[in-house]
Design a binder for this molecule. Structure first.
Ligand code: NAP
Length: 290
């Protein structure tokens, strides 16, 4: 195969330099001996139309989309999956002939991360802290996979109410989402009553790794599974508190890997080499100095 036949996939975002996706996807392409290349496409805020035009003109075979373009890109695409529409964000673009299709693989990625940790979502009660993009994907995944109830805890009610409005009642049944203002009391109470606690705020993310939403000197309930979407550091303070309390601790790296696995399969039609992608993501994370 000649160099001119190399199939290109782009990451659209600003900034993109610290992304772990190129390492992860290029390792997967190499492992399957595919002549594909994952490239960075830094696109300034408000210039997302340019990025989409470049995808079409330069013959890219797909793309990932990251901050700040995940919402803005939607209006430039030809079609959106149900997940992307409901979540209100696109993280993966499929090039299907002349059409660009917007997907969101974060929701299935979050459920896959839970399954990898042998946690099944069907019938559980979950407390989700935060109401941003990560929370939207996680909540969509929970509802789609049959969670019984989901409590949304956020410091500002407005954003959590918007999330509940957009995602609840999609199956015509009773509402499964309930909004609570995030306080120490609501957090402790929800954690006691829930099977699963999903943390989706940036609290505890590098370089502020000593921070946690969970108060000191209070053990987490040992029956709980705690899923922190943060992957840098791999074990957040919250996850350490969970582990030391005897609760199950699940880190965000597996979600990052699985959203990538799903994107890879959308672009190439091939089964992704999950172990290769996980190992590459761990390597990229270590290189960031986590
Ligand atoms: P986002 O859209 O900016 O939302 C952040 C949420 O956290 C908001 O609800 C915000 O509350 C809340 N928040 C921010 N600072 C807070 C604080 N000091 N105390 C309490 N709540 C606070 O961010 P995002 O895109 O959802 O990302 C959040 C985290 O998830 C990041 O660490 C990101 O790396 C991670 N993430 C990981 C994956 C993965 O694949 N593992 C995927 C997506 C996201 P307000 O609404 O009140 O502002």
């Amino acid at each position: 195969m000649t160099a001119t036949q190399t199939r290109r996939v782009a990451l659209i975002g600003w900034p993109v330099e610290h992304s772990m996706s190129p390492t992860m996807h290029n390792a997967a392409f190499a492992a399957l001996d595919l002549d594909w290349r994952y490239e960075l496409l830094p696109i300034e805020p408000d210039r997302v139309a340019t990025a989409v035009a470049r995808l079409r003109i330069e013959g890219f075979r797909g793309a990932n989309v990251t901050a700040p373009h995940k919402e803005a890109v939607m209006s430039y695409l030809d079609d959106l999956t149900e997940a992307a529409k409901a979540i209100g964000a696109v993280n993966t673009i499929e090039v299907r002939g002349a059409r660009l299709i917007g997907h969101n693989t974060d929701a299935d990625g979050s459920v896959a991360a839970l399954l990898h940790a042998r946690f099944r979502v069907r019938g559980v009660r979950a407390a989700v802290v935060g109401a941003g993009g990560g929370a939207r994907a996680a909540v969509f995944g929970l509802l789609q996979d049959g969670a019984k109830e989901v409590w949304l805890l956020n410091r500002s009610a407005r954003r959590a109410e918007a999330l509940a409005h957009d995602l609840d009642c999609r199956d015509g049944g009773p509402p499964r989402l309930r909004v609570l203002l995030l306080t120490v009391e609501t957090l402790l109470e929800s954690a006691r009553a829930a099977d699963l606690l999903i943390h989706t705020t940036p609290v505890g993310m590098w370089p502020h790794s000593s921070a946690s939403i969970w108060p000191d000197a209070v053990p987490l309930p040992a029956h709980l599974a705690v899923f922190d979407l943060i992957y840098n550091p791999p074990e957040t303070r919250l996850l350490r508190q969970a582990r030391e309390s005897g609760a199950q601790a699940i880190g965000g790296l597996e979600m990052l890997v699985h959203q990538g696995v799903l994107a890879f399969q959308i672009w190439t039609g091939r089964t992704a080499p999950v172990a290769v992608m996980r190992e590459a993501a761990e390597r990229a994370l270590a290189a960031l100095g986590a």
